[in-house]
Design a protein around this ligand. Structure first.
Ligand SMILES: Nc1ncnc2c1ncn2[C@@H]1O[C@H](COP(=O)(O)OP(=O)(O)OC[C@H]2O[C@@H]([n+]3cccc(C(=O)O)c3)[C@H](O)[C@@H]2O)[C@@H](O)[C@H]1O
Ligand SMILES: Nc1ncnc2c1ncn2[C@@H]1O[C@H](COP(=O)(O)OP(=O)(O)OP(=O)(O)O)[C@@H](O)[C@H]1O
Ligand SMILES: NC(=O)CC[C@H](N)C(=O)O
Length: 579
């Protein structure tokens, strides 16, 4: 049986940075070729970054992508890497610019595609069949579906190529692939992280292996792109679904494996309508057997995965947008403490700046806990007392009650944005998913900021993550980054004397369970009540959630970690009458 030496390049592209992405790609092909790989695969849209959204409707962008793809093929050839077969995701648009500007056309003009490159040329292109159009995906808006099945003949083996959503759907594509009996099904992905999604992907891939009788190589992107985090976690299973090799999550990686596959049935010759067969590899030279690495030991602790996803999402937002540093208000509470710890893990303590902004109602511990946090994290902390800034506005406008309370949060927002303008920091807004759900924040106040690291993290999970992060530090014999007092104190906005969150909101464990039913599980009011929640509380919470939609529309983006994040995942009208 022939042996295919397969390399999966789990890269972190920067969207639109063709020259940076191509340098990375050439580097990975070089490393893979040095290990004798016959085939090197890159992720979905690894050339451009993913998702490209409406850039897929811009002819100039598509034309540039095509030119860069052809340039990559020539660059690989001139670097002596021409004989290695490369599969890479890119947007496949019209080769020449149309006379009229197709960006104004309502019809998609491009395919979400994978190119097969060898000997300085693009040998073939596979266009994704199944375009996801749910959750965060809008691929029917931006792409046309493909209709041909692709088999690449390489190293005496047949390799079927698919892209991400293709393997999530039963039907003709999977059946057609099974009929050809390829040795390997290669699926290149841009599959965003969600907690527990790995528990869906692996069984799905195993099922496809058994259905097609082929080994399956699942290759994912890694990195943060706006509100999405790609976790990598690429892996290979054999035809019975046994896990052979696996890349780590949340870092770039090159996974090289030897796969003993059935000999090619196509021999690179055409096999009929609906199929594209690409003759790529020459018979592979004699391989010195490779010791396939045993699959990376996975720590299935959900909290660790979520923490790492949040860190990567924040780091890549900062680095890919070129921010030198981060700034956030430190109240001594748990949300700002967790955001600060994430920030330090993402970019290092020297690039994180905290501001304590006490008011007349701030407790002593709000200051001392913020100081303790800053000291533990090794970050800069300055103090800006807000009382003298609040007083004249409050007096001039004769503000009282909620208007006066919110003014304090707004003055803090002004301070943070002013320091951002003056010193160049990106402002982090510290709102968690629970508060964002019920609108428990001051618009243009504590919701001010450019990135929201925990916007998809419910309050009860914020506490769990804080405990996990401290445990991780203890296990490594390091100092716990988050003061215990910030974890155990009752949450308070401290906008009036003695204010507690629970004066206004149900207990957080009840509230989070209720929100999970209404938001994540999309249950109706009666279904939520039937779960055992008090009907009055259900009505009140649902009303708060629905009424806060306008605030969410204006909120900063942040990493998605759940199956139902606010934003692209959950799109509801602002103006509507609830019946
Ligand atoms: N549909 C809609 N479209 C456009 N605008 C709409 C609107 N509905 C209300 N508005 C506007 O919204 C304003 C009210 O919103 P906003 O000014 O935010 O104020 P509001 O939501 O009334 O009050 C903020 C709440 O958040 C709490 N808070 C504040 C700060 C921090 C924390 C914390 O613990 O982290 C909690 C605070 O205790 C209070 O309960 C109205 O004056 C109105 O102008
Ligand atoms: N005294 C303060 N000094 C600095 N920042 C503050 C202060 N009070 C509030 N903030 C900022 O406003 C955000 C909202 O804080 P608030 O205390 O109102 O509620 P919270 O949602 O419980 O947050 P936290 O758990 O961080 O206290 C804080 O996370 C912090 O960034
Ligand atoms: N890019 C895609 O096609 C992704 C869709 C797929 N179901 C996933 O999230 O893994």
């Amino acid at each position: 049986m022939p042996i295919l030496r397969l390399a999966l390049a789990q890269t972190n592209p920067r969207l639109g940075d063709f020259s940076g992405n191509i340098s990375t790609i050439v580097g990975y092909v070089q490393r893979a070729a040095a290990k004798g790989a016959d085939l090197v695969a890159f992720g979905e849209m690894a050339l451009t970054g993913y998702p490209i959204e409406d850039l897929a409707t811009r002819p100039e962008f598509l034309h540039l992508a095509r030119t860069e793809l052809e340039g990559l093929a020539l660059r690989l050839l001139s670097a002596g890497l021409g004989s290695t077969t490369v599969v890479i995701g890119f947007p496949n648009g019209p080769i020449s610019l149309p006379a009229t500007n197709a960006a104004h056309s309502p019809t998609a003009i491009a395919h979400n595609a994978a190119a097969v490159i060898q000997d300085g040329r693009v040998l073939g292109i596979y266009n994704k069949h199944h375009l996801p159009n749910y959750s965060v995906f809008d691929e029917h808006r931006n792409f046309r579906p493909g209709d041909s099945v692709m088999i690449v003949h390489v190293a005496d083996c047949d390799v079927a190529i698919t892209i991400c959503e293709d393997i999530w759907r039963d039907g003709d594509l999977m059946t057609s692939i099974a009929d050809v009996h390829p040795g390997l099904l290669l699926v290149i992905n841009g599959s965003p992280f969600e907690r527990e999604k790995d528990e869906v992907r692996l069984p799905l891939v195993r099922r496809r292996a058994q259905q097609t009788g082929a080994h399956v190589a699942y290759l994912n992107l890694v990195g943060g792109q706006d509100d999405l985090v790609f976790d990598g976690d690429s892996f290979v299973v054999n035809a019975s679904g046994k896990l052979l090799a696996r890349s780590p999550q949340f870092v770039e990686d090159l996974l090289v494996v030897d796969l003993e596959l059935p000999a090619s049935r196509t021999n690179g010759a055409p096999i009929g309508a609906g199929f594209t067969v690409v003759q790529a590899g020459r018979p592979s030279p004699f391989h010195v057997a490779l010791r396939t690495p045993s699959p990376v030991e996975r720590n299935d602790d959900n909290r660790e995965q979520i923490w790492n996803a949040l860190v990567l999402g924040l780091r890549d937002y900062v680095e890919k947008n070129g921010f030198p540093s981060l700034i956030l208000g430190l109240s001594g509470g748990i949300d700002s403490a967790v955001c600060a710890a994430l920030a330090v893990d993402a970019v290092g303590a020297e690039r994180v700046f905290g501001v304590s902004m006490p008011s007349d109602y701030s407790s002593d511990h709000s200051r001392s806990d913020a100081e303790d946090l800053a000291e533990r994290l090794g970050i800069d902390l300055r103090s800006e007392v807000i009382s003298d800034l609040v007083a004249p506005i409050e007096a001039q406008l004769a503000l009282s009650e909620i208007a006066a309370e919110n003014l304090q949060a707004r003055i803090r927002g002004v301070i943070l944005m002013s320091l951002s303008n003056a010193e160049g920091h990106l402002v982090l807004t510290t709102g968690n998913k629970t508060e964002i759900a019920v609108g428990y924040s001051t618009i243009y106040g504590d919701s001010v900021g450019g990135f929201a690291p925990i916007r998809d993290v419910p309050k009860t999970l914020v506490w769990e993550l804080a405990r996990w992060r401290n445990e991780a530090a203890r296990r490594a014999n390091l100092r716990e980054p988050i003061p215990e007092a910030s974890i155990t104190k009752p949450p308070s906005a401290e906008l009036r004397p003695g204010q507690l969150d629970q004066d206004t909101l149900p207990e957080y464990d009840v509230l989070d369970a209720l929100l999970d039913a209404y938001i994540t599980k999309r249950m109706g009011r009666d279904e939520v009540v039937a779960l055992g929640f008090d009907a009055f509380t259900v009505d009140r919470v649902i009303a708060l959630v629905d009424r806060a939609e306008w605030k969410r529309r204006q909120g900063a983006i942040g990493p998605k970690i759940s199956e139902m994040a606010f934003g692209r995942d959950r799109r509801l009208p602002v103006t509507f009458v609830r019946s």
